[in-house]
Design a protein around this ligand. Structure first.
Ligand code: NFE
Length: 467
């Protein structure tokens, strides 16, 4: 079987390689996704103060640092017995929302869109090539349309920067904000800060409605085949996003073949047959025979699940059917979600008092171990902690890209991105454009995806906890 290796996949976060095996009709018969980066944050956290986890785990990633900080802050509050006030929840949701907007805008324009334009249309690699001379490209976009998209590409950089400025208004700086702590927020939303935040939000909203949504619809029209090319396992997972008590939110749940179900963290397990870890001790083992990734294979009830904007949309709206999970639906869900979250952020801002209670309240019930699950921009995020002798004894992270870019599990079932590649017909095996389009629509972050967790024994304790 002919094999193509693409290494590394560019315009993503972190190091990812893809191997695809083709039949004589250029149909992908098998795909392996390899996460080639080892991290080890859990090891750094051992023996540290529980509060430190927020600032360590934020540094797992430069693009979703707020998501890790937000999740870890909630986890640390459970450990210390602290309850956030409604004002804290709303302010933190505004910060997390700004990160979602930045991630989604940046992803579509800077990472995904170049897959749909000939190289000659793009900055830095414009060597005077006409679209026709860009090799292997299925040119579906006229030069005038390319210019419009390119102008939006540059406006997207400004919009993305404005989202980060929003985060810095209340977070002090970004990435790796310092305004949010387990004990409360360090930056009070004074009238001037609120005006600043709102003004930036309105400018980003304008960009979403004037460019992001129309451009997405334009690409969807030009590439109708991609409605179904790249269909995944048709199983979706969402850990919930934003507090339902304060308006806009995405509910937690799973959708299996059109049937919605509630989430039970006890049903999560991680397999490592194809990951570079020892089977018994789980120590790194880069020379392990048959293994091909540093990413483990998380499974829910033994099955692979896709997470991200499409999963949130499917679960929130109860969408069913087998044609909802292709490449364009994945991109479209991200643009629609940006518009939705921006409108929710406006509502939350309306409820933010300048002189509210921005200090968390003690519940009087500290715990020695806890688990926190909620969604991050790319899907379900889990943090869990066990405290021993006042310091962190064990810290566990499972990120969205661990779900989406998992290798095969102990039963040989493919991860979601692998499943999305299988069955694809390549138009030209010298220029496998289809692979880049399918993979990038998941918005991979392999910097986030590699983490330790024991499959059995101690770590199972975490998943027996109530969320
Ligand atoms: Ni490094 Fe992240 C998000 C988390 S991982 S980007 O979203 O958590 O996929």
């Amino acid at each position: 079987m002919p094999k193509i290796t693409i290494s590394p996949i560019t315009r993503i976060s972190g190091l990812l390689s893809i191997d695809i095996m083709l039949d004589s009709n250029r149909v992908v018969q098998e795909a392996n996704c390899s996460g080639e980066q080892f991290r080890g944050f859990e090891l750094m956290l051992k023996g540290r103060q529980p509060e430190d986890a927020v600032y360590f785990t934020e540094r797992i990633c430069g693009i979703c640092s707020m998501a890790h900080g937000y999740t870890s802050t909630r986890l640390v509050r459970k450990i210390l017995g602290l309850e956030p006030t409604p004002e804290i929840v709303l302010l933190e949701q505004c910060l997390l929302g700004a990160e979602f907007l930045q991630n989604h805008i940046r992803h579509f324009y800077l990472l995904a869109l170049p897959d749909y334009l000939p190289a000659a249309a793009l900055p830095r690699i414009n060597q005077g090539l006409s679209p026709e001379t860009a090799p292997g490209f299925d040119v579906n976009v006229s030069q005038a349309q390319q210019h419009m998209l390119l102008e939006h590409y540059f406006r997207a950089m400004e919009a993305s920067r404005k989202c980060h400025e929003m985060l810095a208004v209340f977070g002090g700086k970004i990435p790796h904000q310092h305004g949010m702590t387990a004990a409360g927020v360090a930056v009070i939303p004074t009238a001037s800060r609120q005006v600043q935040f709102r003004s930036l939000l309105h400018q980003v909203q304008d960009f979403i409605h004037e460019a992001f949504l129309p451009d997405l619809h334009f690409i969807a029209e030009r590439y109708p085949d991609y409605e179904t090319i790249g269909a995944g396992p048709n199983r979706f997972l969402c850990f919930g996003l934003f507090d339902p008590r304060y308006g806009g939110h995405f509910p937690a749940g799973i959708m299996v073949d059109g049937r919605p179900q509630t989430i039970n963290p006890r049903a999560i397990r991680e397999d490592i047959r194809y990951s570079w870890y020892q089977e018994t001790t789980e120590n790194p083992l880069p020379e392990k025979p048959g293994a091909y990734s540093w990413v483990k294979a998380p499974r829910y009830q033994g099955l692979a699940f896709e997470g991200g904007p499409l999963a949130r949309k499917v679960i929130a709206s109860g969408l069913t059917g087998t044609t909802i999970a292709g490449t364009i639906p994945r991109l479209a869900a991200r643009a629609e979600e940006a518009a939705l979250i921006a409108s929710w952020m406006e509502e939350w801002m309306n409820y933010l008092p300048q002189t509210g209670r921005y200090t968390a309240q003690p519940t009087g019930v500290p715990r020695s171990d806890a688990i926190q699950i909620n969604d991050a921009p790319r899907g379900p995020l889990l943090h869990a902690m066990m405290v021993s002798g006042g310091t962190i004894g064990r810290y566990t992270v499972i990120t969205p890209s661990t779900w989406n870019f998992s290798p095969k599990d102990d039963h040989g079932e493919r991860g979601p991105a692998e499943a999305a590649l299988v069955g694809t017909v390549l138009a030209d095996i010298k220029h496998p454009l289809e692979v880049g389009r399918i993979i990038r629509a998941f918005d991979p972050c392999l910097s986030c995806a590699t983490h330790f967790i024991a499959r059995q024994g101690e770590n199972q304790i975490h998943f027996d906890l109530e969320v």
